[in-house]
Design a protein around this ligand. Structure first.
Ligand code: AMP
Length: 478
């Protein structure tokens, strides 16, 4: 990391908009006065709120009760416009990661934050970005790019930005594969200050001369470990090399394995490390159990468990796309409002399924890890690991889908007699034992009559879990 490139205290970027200089006093700032707004709120201004991403011409100024007088948000030197946006979004108090990250990020330095979704991490980087960038005209290249591993997360992050950017004169565009590139090209041509995208599509747009990175002030690598797992490293490096070296880089990652450290070492300037990892927050509030079950009895166990638990909303995680489809088909015959989501589905179908789940119309969502990770729905009460996750970190991510924003949640993991080691590795990873659960009157370990212990399974089992690098075969299966 190059010390000479460290941002100087006088840099505009270092101060952030309304940064440390303009700290407000709690009592007087309780009702944010807008006598001198940081940003023009001209009619026609809009932060590209979904679904009209990249739209111009709307007018959407947030209203709502002011933040409480003792809200720590008022101590962060945020602009009146942002304070009103927070109030309108009903974000009255910062989450721990927001309290830790926002003031540091507003100073302009590079930050590596260990955090998972469900902690408010998107707003933690969106707020300082929105406070730093300027509304730009048509055709002006973006000032911030957020790289994310999946399409779902791209949409989710863009939506979170849009929620907080109401009242700012900014345009946000999400770019990701599975959607015609023409529409995204058109949105970029119209101008976007913030672009959220998957690395592949971002590179594609750069190659087409549609996306230019020479004005980038802030680059975010969100879920960096996941992006490297999926194999995005070369794309990320190509993108980073095209950004100005005088930029701020924020890296968020649930885990910091050596490849993430190497990436940070190469492309960040003396990053400050902040730890908001799941062992400190998140999974503690979630009840976690396992069932020992013969593979052939898993479906029956699932049906009985759902009957016992009556979840408000549940995600049922399977290891493969085929397995997901199969469980979905069988479950749909037993329950209403069941949907499936996995990497084989066309983007419009994935969008529809996610919308239905978010709106509460879908009760049971059967999913693979690749799409499950980005799901952020606060009313998920149950996570069921129908197949034990391939990677210990996937367990943390799956289970972190519930118990969000302080709500209670419960997670069940189905473990076959051959998967004892995998269960132990998970327990070591989360530093906690998964209590064993049983259903009275149902012997999940009873063999079907026509099979003896040790006999091969009638169906081809899912690929065996590998607790190392994700292979191409595993990626394909998700
Ligand atoms: P994230 O970790 O970014 O996926 O955020 C999880 C959820 O928390 C999202 O639905 C956000 O809209 C919500 N959220 C983020 N910050 C706050 C806050 N300060 N107060 C209430 N909800 C929040």
């Amino acid at each position: 990391m190059n010390e000479s490139k460290k941002p100087k205290p006088g840099n505009r970027r270092n101060r952030g908009r309304g940064g440390r200089r303009s700290k407000q006093k709690t009592s007087s700032a309780a009702q944010p006065k807008d006598t001198k707004p940081d940003r023009p709120e001209a009619p026609g201004a809009v932060a590209g709120a979904a679904p009209g991403e990249g739209r111009r011409g709307d007018h959407d100024v947030p209203t709502g009760a002011p933040l409480p007088a003792d809200s720590p948000f008022l101590q962060m030197g945020l602009s009146p416009t942002m304070l009103r946006s927070l109030a309108a979004a009903e974000y009255l108090e910062p989450t721990p990661i927001q309290e830790g990250l926002i003031p540091r990020a507003m100073e302009g330095g590079d930050i590596m934050g260990q955090a998972q979704t469900g902690t408010g991490k998107t707003a933690a980087f969106a707020i300082p970005i929105l406070e730093q960038i300027e509304p730009a005209g048509k055709g002006v290249p973006p000032q911030a790019v957020v790289l994310v591993p999946t399409r779902e997360l791209a949409v989710q992050v863009r939506d979170e930005f849009a929620k907080l950017a109401r009242g700012f004169r900014l345009h946000l565009v999400a770019v990701y594969g599975g959607k015609p590139i023409r529409q995204q090209t058109e949105q970029l041509r119209r101008g976007a200050e913030v672009v959220v995208g998957t690395p592949g599509r971002v590179l594609d747009l750069i190659a087409r001369d549609t996306l230019h990175l020479e004005h980038i002030r802030v680059m975010v690598l969100d879920e960096a470990d996941r992006m490297l797992d999926i194999g995005f490293r070369p794309d990320i490096e190509k993108i980073l090399r095209r950004c100005p070296s005088r930029r701020q880089t924020l890296l968020l990652s649930a885990t910091i394995p050596p490849p993430v450290e190497r990436l940070a070492h190469r492309y960040m300037r003396d990053p400050e490390m902040l730890d908001f990892s799941p062992k400190d927050i998140g999974l503690e509030t979630i009840e976690q159990y396992h069932f020992s079950v013969e593979p052939e009895r898993k479906f029956e166990l699932l049906v009985r468990l759902l009957g016992r638990e009556e979840p408000r909303q549940a995600i049922i995680f399977c290891r493969t796309r085929r397995g997901t489809e199969k469980v979905h088909r069988r479950l749909s015959r037993k329950f209403d409002a069941v949907e499936a989501i996995h990497g084989d589905l066309a983007q419009p179908v994935r969008d529809r399924v996610m919308r239905s789940f978010r709106e509460g119309n879908t009760r049971f969502l059967v999913a693979t890890d690749v799409v499950g990770r980005g799901i952020d729905v606060t009313s998920i009460s149950h996570i069921i690991n129908y197949d034990i996750p391939q990677f210990c970190d996937d367990y943390v991510h799956r289970v972190g889908r519930t118990g969000r924003m302080g709500r209670e949640g419960v997670a069940y993991t189905f473990v076959s007699p051959e998967e004892g080691n995998e269960l132990t590795r998970i327990e070591m990873r989360i530093n906690r034992l998964l209590k064993r659960d049983e259903l009275p009157g149902f012997d999940a370990l009873a063999m079907p009559k026509d099979r003896e212990p040790g006999e091969p399974l009638p169906e081809k089992p899912a690929p065996k879990p590998v607790f190392g690098r994700r292979t191409r075969r595993h990626r394909r299966a998700l």
